[in-house]
Design a protein around this ligand. Structure first.
Ligand code: ATP
Ligand code: MG
Length: 733
């Protein structure tokens, strides 16, 4: 039997794990040491040498994409197909089990998965029925709480509320919610896992069947399993199964979502004769990148302790760029991406990573501007995000009450007691009378065609929009956006959501305010295509266009943007870690909760170790994010990288020559008499200037030349603005 295809591409330690006789294994090793490779080759080995049928193998991966890749890789190695093998995420596998055993799981055959938004709606209905005031019992909080119970495997009947009134109420809702789900044949994400666990626990025959079927279970990214996932694994495995778990305690980044690093230690205690394999050679990154990662993570305590080394070349130093602000940062990154592509590299060899979802907006805009195709991995583009579309809908109504799409979107968002039935009657009226929903509402209210409660609710919505419109008169775009997200209640609505999701939505909404401010800066002073249309309309168009550009399609070569969290397990020749600043990364919240700082550092370790050849780290001295301006210092994590591994990019000094020379060739073609270029001041990036209206500021960007040359100036009081140099009367100081 020729096993060289399986073993040759491995080092000794990897081979030891792959070719071990069937048993329990724990592969505990740092980033890029080939854990995922070991898992794949182990499966191939089991099939080829131990004669395991694909039917007897179950593998758990971190994403569905990883599952597909795993299959492809095995089929490649063995030249056979993997039909019958179960490969997927915990949720995917649980779903599959429940589909196969819906009766034993006490589910209807066609049960539906309830996504997080549907779940919230259901919880509201349930609370309504129980006559629990949403203000006092925010449904988002309930949602979060129920999710946490399920992750821990707790059903309501086993929760001891004692005399705790709050807990008693939560348990009451949990009961009622469960009942509603059961009645409707609905299963939320947490329920998938919990139900799959109970299915095996309560049905001996089913359990026995799967224990017989799967003598081999393999789990990637084991450090991020939560309580119920691990319980499910243990149950399914029984005593006889051979489990291969691979993971890295230094890459545990989902503690905030209930993941338990301790599962690694439990595994070694729970299972018999565990073979522990450590892999220490890194094959992914240059020595420089690896050393940086090692240095950073060494600041954490209580690690299981692993060393990583590489035979690879030293490689380029890590480039560190201190940007003036987020715009400058984005511009810098996009320029480097363009250089990289110009050198003959593919765009999909580049990843731009960030800590918080809202950071993508500025990066997206810079990429769009430069026409660099990009894709947001595991997420949506900024202007396609639900909360942004909602806020924009209010802004659209301000500008045009007859915008039916916008009306439908937000008439009951945030919820104000306007039910689907009311909207249906309004829609019917509008159709009959050939008018907009807004007109229909007004007429129906005037004629008292609606029941009192629904009527009042609808009236309050119309009042709200009119109010927003009145507030918007003569206001700066930024102020309009700010008013919209506050007065509409969207901000409050999302800030009540517990957990990362609500936080992200709040951040995105505030980021919309930043977007408006930036848009304002561009338009106010451009002076060229001096359109008469209100700025609000121009902004809405531009947002719609941005959204409409759509993601690069699946096969187009595109730069990948993603959060640090979703980058886990992936690798890219060129990586940018952006926004590496105190308060952003490490995240502000991690400073308050114990243990979170170390989790942030692990996230940093994950980020650094995604890079194969070249890593850029960027931070902005001044950042407008989430709608407000901050001055953060560089992240502590930067300080933890040994200085000799880092090269500071000094763009400022490189370009601190006059920005542009008058371009007489171009000027000559203009019909208008050109301004006198000889008098133009020599502006420099980073230089201080004074403007007659905006006061003093710093030049932070420039583009174009001759009469079209524009600079972006960050004014001390007026914020950042783009100015056409030829017209702006800027004086260098
Ligand atoms: P992470 O912790 O980030 O998930 P990992 O430990 O799973 O990383 P892999 O993704 O399996 O690491 O491997 C990292 C890179 O090193 C991959 O490109 C892989 O193909 C390569 N690699 C792994 N082992 C070897 C080897 N023995 N020889 C050559 N290349 C290897
Ligand atoms: Mg991996």
């Amino acid at each position: 039997m020729d096993v060289s295809l399986i073993l040759d591409p491995l080092n000794d330690a990897q081979r030891e794990a792959v070719a071990a006789p069937p048993g329990n294994q724990l592969v505990l090793a740092g980033a890029g040491s080939g854990k995922t490779r070991v898992l794949v080759h182990r499966i191939a080995w089991l099939m080829q040498v131990e004669g395991a049928s694909p039917y007897s193998i179950l593998a758990v991966t971190f994403t569905n994409k990883a599952a597909r890749e795993m299959r492809a890789r095995i089929e490649d190695l063995l030249g056979v197909n993997t039909f019958g093998m179960w490969v997927g995420t915990f949720h995917g596998l649980a779903h599959r089990l429940l589909k196969a055993h819906w009766q034993e799981a006490r589910l209807p055959q066609n049960f539906q998965i309830l996504d997080s938004d549907d779940q919230l709606r259901l919880i509201k209905r349930v609370q309504n029925d129980l006559q629990l005031d949403e203000k006092k019992w925010p449904p988002r909080e309930t949602q979060w709480w129920i999710g946490a119970q399920k992750d821990e495997g707790r059903r309501p009947q086993y929760i001891q509320a004692g005399g705790d009134q709050w807990l008693q109420t939560m348990v009451r809702i949990y009961f009622a919610y469960e009942e509603a789900c059961q009645r409707g044949g609905l299963v939320d994400f947490g329920e998938l896992l919990l139900r799959a666990h109970e299915l095996l626990r309560d049905n001996d025959a089913v359990l026995a069947h799967y224990r017989r079927r799967f003598p081999f279970i393999l789990v990637d990214e084991f450090q991020d399993t939560n309580t119920i996932q691990y319980a499910w694994l243990r149950l399914l495995a029984g005593d006889q199964c051979h489990i291969t778990a691979v993971g890295d305690d230094d890459q545990s980044i989902y503690g905030w979502r209930g993941a338990k690093i301790e599962n690694i230690q439990h595994f070694a205690q729970d299972r018999r004769d565990v073979q522990t394999v450590r892999l220490e050679q890194n094959y992914r990154s240059t020595a420089t990148i690896l050393n940086a990662a090692n240095a950073v993570i060494s600041h954490n305590t209580g690690r299981l302790g692993k060393e990583l080394w590489t035979e690879g070349e030293e490689g380029d130093p890590i480039s560190l760029y201190a940007a003036y602000n987020e715009q400058d940062e984005a511009r810098f990154i996009v320029e480097r991406v363009k250089d990289w592509v110009r050198d003959g590299n593919r765009r999909d060899s580049v990843a731009i990573l960030y800590r918080s979802n809202a950071q993508s907006r500025v990066l997206e805009e810079a990429l769009l501007r430069e026409q660099v195709p990009y894709r947001i991995y595991g997420g949506q583009r900024f202007y396609e995000r639900m909360e942004i579309k909602n806020a924009l809908s209010y802004m659209r109504l301000i500008s045009n009450r007859d915008d039916d799409t916008a009306f439908e979107r937000v008439v009951n968002t945030p919820t104000r007691g306007i039910g689907a039935r009311t909207v249906d009657t309004v829609r019917a009226y509008a159709r009959e009378h050939g008018c907009s929903l807004w007109q229909a509402s007004r007429q129906m209210l005037q004629q008292r065609l609606l029941a009192a409660r629904a009527g009042n609710a609808l009236q309050s919505f119309l009042d709200l929009v009119n109010q927003l419109a009145a507030n918007a008169e003569d206001k700066l775009l930024e102020a309009i956006a700010e008013d919209v997200i506050e007065t509409s209640g969207l901000l409050e609505f999302h800030s009540k959501e517990k957990g990362e999701k609500g936080q992200t939505r709040v951040e995105n909404l505030k980021e919309l305010v930043s977007a408006c401010r930036a848009f304002e800066g561009i338009d106010v002073v451009e002076g060229e295509d001096e359109e008469e249309r209100p700025l609000l309309d121009q902004f809405l168009d531009s947002a719609a266009l941005d959204a409409g550009e759509g993601q690069a399609d699946e096969f187009e070569d595109a730069v990948q943007l993603m959060t640090l969290h979703s980058a886990k397990g992936l690798e890219f020749p060129l990586v940018f870690m952006s926004g590496v600043e105190e308060n952003l990364f490490p995240n502000k919240m991690s400073m308050q909760e114990p243990g979170r700082m170390e989790e942030e550092r692990r996230l940093c370790y994950v980020g650094i170790t995604r890079a194969m050849q070249k890593l850029y780290i960027t931070y902005a001295e001044n950042r407008r994010l989430f709608g407000s301006e901050t001055y953060n210092s560089p992240s502590r994590f930067i300080g933890e990288i040994p200085a000799e591994l880092v090269h500071e990019v000094r763009l400022k000094t490189e370009i601190s020559r006059p920005l542009f020379q008058p371009d007489y060739g171009k000027v000559g073609k203009l019909s208008d008499p050109p301004p006198d270029f000889d008098d133009l001041p020599p502006l420099a990036l980073g230089g201080r200037v004074e403007h007659p209206k905006f006061g003093e500021g710093t030049v932070i960007q420039f583009e174009g030349s001759g009469p079209r040359a524009r600079v972006q100036v960050n004014f001390d009081d007026a914020g950042s603005k783009w100015l056409v140099v030829a017209m702006a009367k800027l004086q260098p100081l």
